[in-house]
Design a protein around this ligand. Structure first.
Ligand code: ADP
Length: 348
């Protein structure tokens, strides 16, 4: 079926990307909540038609690790793209609150605080301590077991795109990894439409690059693209480190401008997972972050690596982790608002 604008009831904005705004909408005929992305493009009708036709492949992109596509249409020079609504948003917004969000349920505190016979097990006490965000210390990053679960889904999603649709993603980054309260992890925003890619390229100047060194070289020389699916493996490795740290691995404090950042990616040593992570996890990331594309692991090798094999044998309560990361994120945003009000009062 084809979706049209008059079937949609518009709700709040979910976020803003490099190319447009994403809104929550309700598809009235089916009563399905969707996320609608608006991409403003100054293109003629023929090119817009070509984009809508190319996006049609997305109806074949049905896998547990891929955000479902419902349909696209255009009005004037805007393309509207409707997809599955993921109610916990993207990993870039959750990762900073993840470390204090245990994936094991802490014991409830005793009803009578004086009754020590009811005291919880001391190992669970630390789980109920306030989030360090509020003590001014921001640890950030997701715990290793959650990280393994997230990147495992990413690899399966990327392998599906490559094997079943013969496409590479081209834009692997935590913003394009969406999560829901059921604990599902899915990829979105992959490059299916050549025409759309061409039209977006001109505006694509992000301040954080996830591009592999060979892709930065090829784009800066303006040569025809020489990169392949292994460039996505680099971006996957960099995204893994970002989710582990809770922030982009080349911080703006050190790399004061985009040029310095790109130079570090092309000429510097690749970033690594911090030492607090297991050797297995660190090795997995290092296999993604090889400077030479031909040295990087394939998706099959990444799935067969002990880091992901161990993950597939383990219970990880993702819904619990998502719920706690969302709570911590909401607390932090309330606290930020409170501080802003206090700041304004102090000034006036
Ligand atoms: P970018 O251009 O940086 O990739 P997008 O425009 O794709 O960003 O998305 C902007 C924000 O909107 C994301 O960071 C995410 O939080 C939110 N978002 C995107 N798609 C969805 C979705 N399907 N469900 C819920 N939130 C979404």
């Amino acid at each position: 079926f084809a979706i049209t604008m008059d079937q949609l009831q518009l709700y709040e904005d979910l976020g803003k990307g490099n190319y447009g705004t994403v809104k929550k909408v309700l598809h009235k005929p089916t009563n399905v909540a969707m996320a609608m992305k608006e991409i403003r493009l100054e293109l003629d009708q023929a090119k817009l038609n070509a984009i809508i036709m190319e996006l049609d492949i997305l109806h074949r992109a049905v896998a547990p690790e891929i955000v479902e596509f419902y349909g696209a249409f255009f009005i004037e020079s805007c393309v509207y793209y409707c997809m599955e609504y993921m109610d916990a948003g993207s990993m870039d917004k959750l990762q900073a609150y993840g470390r204090d969000s245990p994936c094991t349920t802490p014991q409830a505190p005793p009803e009578d605080p004086m009754d020590t016979t009811q005291m919880p097990d001391p190992t669970s006490i630390q789980l109920t301590l306030p989030n360090p965000i509020f003590s001014g210390k921001r640890t950030g990053g997701v715990p290793e077991q959650v990280l393994a679960r997230v990147v495992g889904s990413m690899v399966r999603g990327l392998k599906f795109l490559k094997d079943e649709l013969q496409i590479m993603h081209r834009d692997v980054k935590p913003t394009n990894v969406l999560v829901n309260r059921r604990g599902e992890i899915k990829l979105c925003d992959f490059g299916v439409s050549g025409q759309l890619e061409k039209s977006l390229a001109k505006t694509n100047i992000g301040c954080q690059s996830y591009m592999a060194p060979e892709r930065i070289r090829s784009e800066s020389l303006n040569t025809s693209p020489t990169y392949t699916v292994s460039s996505d493996v680099w971006s996957l490795g960099l995204s893994t480190i970002e989710m582990a740290l809770g922030h982009y691995p080349y911080p703006p404090e050190t790399y004061s401008n985009v040029f310095a950042q790109l130079t570090a990616i092309v000429h510097g040593d690749p970033p690594q997972l911090p030492a607090e992570f297991s050797e297995t996890a660190r090795d997995w990331v290092a296999r993604c972050m090889m400077k030479r594309p031909e040295d990087r692991a394939t998706y099959k090798e990444l799935l067969e690596h002990p880091f992901l094999v161990e993950d597939s044998r383990r219970q990880v309560d993702m819904p619990e982790w998502v719920a706690r990361a969302l709570e911590a994120k909401e607390r932090a945003s309330r606290e930020k608002e409170r501080m802003e009000v206090l700041g304004e009062k102090a000034l006036s």
